[in-house]
Design a protein around this ligand. Structure first.
Ligand code: HGY
Ligand code: MN
Ligand code: MN
Ligand code: MN
Length: 404
């Protein structure tokens, strides 16, 4: 195989472009993600890998005989709405490229441990609201019953979608045996920030992932006619919810380095001439200290209660998911650093499957320079030379782990 990471990414560049504008729209468990997964499976099969999709929708491609203490590398292929080209696919394409390198220079033949590539579904949680759904299911971070009950914006449940996708909802759930067989998990990912721009390096080692929670804030009022209802007689959930969203930057700024975002709302029923009866806002809060995340949430909830109360609007908050601050495996990361002495160690504010698996499997990450530093938007970028440097770095750290 001569395809390198750049040409591999080129093969899927047109898959799942967002019809509403620039960027990609690659929802989890959708026909588009299936097309991407089948692309990966075809590339893996062309390399003679033994491909299987497990009960949780995770694709495993074995480059050697399966066995204990395996070295696994991979990432995801789904995207956020309007997402960039590299968030997820760079890690998957780099895994294929790194495998080709290890084969071409004979290092795979000398491997003393099994090697597998993996693709995780619904990492962004953009469809069912819970990030890293596949790695949460396999690790027990989410109960299958709760996952199967999650619904997308069309009201389709994950149980229905998963069954249509060919999965057996009754077989989903923790797979401790499979996780126990993984001795090292390494995820390569485009950097979602400017750390590598500032250090002038193409590749970094992941240090940690800051704590990250998602909540749904629901404001409930009285639906009514937009033209016949006097302003003083309204219980308008959109006015209250919008006022709360407007206060979030000020509230978050009160906590050093905390970040809080509402990037998605839903208004019911959503008529131009209708005072809404309900508004949902999805809140994302992150900080390196989990206690600070809780304090930011409390400040926002307290303010929301005040605003909703003054507007005669009901308010409730429910947690969608939480990933505590995660430090990657120190020994694994140190072994990787020995192969990449120039690579800085960078924390990240972005969640990853490696962060979920880290509680069960020695996990680490590589980041590849993104010259814009922008992610979850079409401006996300990665120079060809840096992508190739990332694949070469991944091959080197995999070879060290394989004892090759
Ligand atoms: O939301 C995140 O941090 C990740 O990109 N899923
Ligand atoms: Mn990602
Ligand atoms: Mn992402
Ligand atoms: Mn991720």
């Amino acid at each position: 195989m001569s395809a390198d990471v750049v040409s591999l990414l080129g093969q899927i560049r047109e898959v799942g472009r967002d019809p509403r504008g620039p960027g990609y729209q690659r929802p989890g468990f959708s026909p588009i993600e299936r097309e991407l997964r089948e692309w990966f499976e075809a590339e893996a099969a062309a390399r003679g890998l033994d491909v299987e999709v497990d009960a949780n929708g995770i694709t495993w491609a074995w480059a050697t005989q399966p066995g204990p203490n395996a070295v696994v590398t991979g990432s995801h292929l789904d995207s956020v709405p309007g997402g960039g080209q590299f968030d997820g696919p760079l890690g998957v394409a780099s895994a294929l490229d790194a495998l080709d390198r290890l084969r071409a220079d004979g290092r795979l033949e000398r491997a003393a441990r099994p090697l597998a590539l993996a693709v995780f579904p619904e990492e962004e949680g953009s469809r069912f609201g819970v990030a890293c759904l596949g790695s949460r299911l396999i690790s027990g971070a989410i109960a299958p019953e709760r996952a199967l009950g999650l619904a997308d914006a069309e009201g389709d449940t994950f149980a229905e979608v998963a069954a249509a996708y060919g999965l057996d909802p009754h077989r989903m759930g923790p797979d401790p045996e499979r996780l126990a067989g993984i001795g090292s998990f390494i995820e390569l990912h485009v950097e979602q920030g400017v750390g590598l721009i500032e250090t002038g390096q193409p590749v970094a080692l992941g240090a940690s992932i800051i704590g990250h929670g998602r909540w749904r804030l629901r404001f409930t009022g009285q639906g009514n006619h937009a033209g016949t209802t006097p302003m003083a007689h309204r219980a308008d959930p959109v006015a209250a919810g919008s006022a709360v969203i407007g206060e979030i930057p000020r509230l978050a700024a009160g906590f050093d380095r905390a970040v809080a975002t509402v990037g998605r709302t839903s208004i019911h029923p959503g008529g131009t001439n209708v005072i809404a009866s309900a508004m949902d806002c999805w809140l994302d809060i992150r900080h390196a200290d989990d206690a600070v995340v809780a304090q930011v949430l409390q400040a926002i909830v307290d303010r929301a209660r005040d605003i909703a109360g003054a507007a005669g609007v009901g308010f409730g908050a429910s947690r969608e998911s939480y990933s505590p601050t995660t430090v990657f495996d120190a020994e694994l990361t140190d072994r990787m650093a020995a192969q990449l002495p120039q690579a800085p160690r960078l924390p990240t504010g972005a969640g990853h499957d490696a962060g979920i698996l880290a509680a069960h499997v020695p996990s680490a990450m590589l980041f590849v320079r993104n010259p814009t530093g922008v992610s979850h938007a079409p401006e996300e970028a990665c120079e060809d030379a840096d992508a190739r440097a990332g694949a070469a770095a991944l091959a080197d750290v995999l070879a060290a782990e394989l004892g090759a």
